[in-house]
Ligand binder design. Structure first.
Ligand SMILES: [Zn+2]
Length: 500
């Protein structure tokens, strides 16, 4: 048994001490999270309120340091002890309050008090998917089947791109907690500060847009929400809003920034002029490679690009910090596992698999071992910033992955290989399941005279070195790449791909 095993991974029975970096600040007090506190409901859990100053709405104080909350640097062992207490409480709550989870636990003969360790949790509690939930969903029973407490403040619907809308029922206490414990820390870490003007392109109907606006309000940020829910049809308005309001902070998706840069160029506006005054880009929704971040820094002139993750479900999110060594996902908000995509067996640090999330905030929808659609790994190395929580790398959605030499690859890996030779390029992987061992790519030329077009031998060697297979590159004009609306299809399959 490796003492460094992820909690819940093969062979780990108890949270084990991990070496942690020296603390830069002390954590005030222990978190008295007991069963009684949990039974009393979500507001009885005092950590958010006690460990950190309340955020910046009128009369409230904000931290003056780099950390929003001292819990961000709590020793890992204490975090794991806290997680285990919260996990046990969540299992108990799911068993008694959620018909969906309660039935699944009873079907396995699991009683709440049976779960006494991470290993028990992993062995006893079944994983579920969105489809499992959809089978029991009737449209208006989401709060009930997942055990959310009343009153509900928001029913948030997804776009239903995969056929059926899913509904997230959020109650008042839960929404408050998740904004405080997840969004406030995330934005503070990514340098959002009171008095800034922030461009906010996340749709108001989406849970992430709502929570982001709540965090802005608490921090004391002036939000600019441009006209048009989706940039597909409104990129012109987005560009005009950016020029008119000159925000210091930008929250959006990577492909939106690309589309705005393209629209700016069409109007004869240089990207550095378009983004003049913007200090930070805070982007989510697609994996961001170092080369892509470099390109954005060079073109737009911003100080930094923060990666808030490519997770489609957004429930365990976080952001990276200025050291960019993975997404810091808060361990007192989520218990995160990584499982083998085929066998669903738990994996260890550094191993790539699908994430499984258990939400540790009680009172809202009970999320108990939910299997996500993204490929991730949790890294063992601690970040230089001193934060002790998980560092997570997100590679892409499972649907955008393909196998070579027994390894699951995604456009993220392909991008790293191309970047090593050429720097950032836009590309599409073609029919990966029917191209034999070779990886077939359409790569867009960077300008009319792309020097890398002659580097096919170096690119081939780089692919062979990294993946053990060759690559066939066809250089094209960017307009020849397949786009869905304004979003690049990164893996193209004749039968359809990249529904993201
Ligand atoms: Zn960090």
């Amino acid at each position: 048994m490796r003492s460094s095993a992820l909690p819940g991974a093969r062979g780990s029975r108890r949270p084990r001490p991990l070496r942690s970096r020296p603390l830069r600040c002390r954590v005030r007090g222990r978190i008295p999270l007991g069963q009684a506190a949990l039974r009393a409901g979500p507001r009885a859990i005092p950590d958010a309120a006690q460990l950190q100053p309340r955020g910046g709405e009128r009369g409230l104080t904000l931290p003056d340091g780099e950390y929003y909350s001292e819990i961000e640097v709590m020793p890992r062992r204490e975090l794991e002890e806290l997680q285990l207490r919260m996990l046990r409480a969540i299992v108990r709550r799911a068993y008694h309050e959620s018909p969906f989870h309660g039935r699944r636990l009873r079907a396995r003969g699991v009683a709440p008090d049976d779960v006494d360790s991470f290993d028990d949790f992993r062995r006893m509690v079944p994983i579920y998917t969105k489809d499992d939930l959809r089978r029991e969903m009737s449209g208006d029973n989401m709060d009930w089947i997942l055990g959310a407490e009343q009153p509900i403040s928001l029913y948030s619907l997804t776009s239903g791109t995969t056929g059926v809308n899913t509904v997230l029922a959020l109650n008042y206490g839960f929404l408050d907690e998740i904004v405080e414990r997840l969004f406030m820390r995330q934005f503070w870490m990514a340098k959002l500060r009171p008095g800034m003007t922030a461009f906010q392109v996340l749709a108001g109907w989406h849970f992430l847009g709502l929570a982001t606006n709540m965090a802005f309000s608490r921090i004391g940020v002036r939000a600019v929400a441009p006209w048009g829910t989706s940039i597909h049809d409104y990129v012109g308005e987005f560009v005009e809003s950016l020029l008119r309001w000159r925000p210091e902070y930008f929250v959006g998706m990577p492909w939106m920034v690309d589309a705005m840069i393209e629209e700016g160029r069409r109007r004869g506006i240089d990207p550095a002029e378009l983004f003049r005054g913007v200090k930070y880009l805070h982007l989510a929704g697609e994996p961001i490679t170092p080369g892509y971040a470099r390109k954005l820094l060079d073109e737009t002139g911003v100080r930094d690009v923060f990666d808030a993750g490519g997770s489609a479900d957004g429930i365990w999110g976080g952001s990276d910090c200025e050291h960019h060594s993975g997404i810091h996902a808060w361990m007192d908000v989520n218990f995160l596992e990584v499982v083998d995509p085929r066998t669903l067996e738990p994996l260890d640090y550094g191993e790539r698999g699908r994430w499984v999330s258990t939400l540790l905030i009680p009172g809202g929808p009970t999320v108990l071992r939910y299997l996500g659609d993204d490929l991730v790994s949790i890294e063992k190395e601690r970040c230089e910033c001193g934060r002790t929580h998980y560092s997570v790398h997100i590679y892409d959605r499972v649907g955008n992955s393909f196998t070579r030499n027994g390894r699951l690859l995604t456009p993220y890996d392909i991008s790293l290989a191309l970047e090593a030779v050429c720097g950032h390029r836009l590309f599409t992987v073609l029919n990966p399941e029917s191209s034999g061992d070779t990886i077939r790519l359409l790569v867009a030329r960077d300008g009319d005279d792309d020097g890398c077009e002659g580097a096919s031998e170096e690119i081939y060697r780089e692919f062979l070195r990294r993946f053990g297979v060759g690559v066939e590159v066809r250089w094209v004009d960017v307009r020849e790449l397949p786009f869905s609306h304004r979003k690049l299809i990164r893996v193209y399959r004749d039968e359809g791909g990249d529904a993201a």
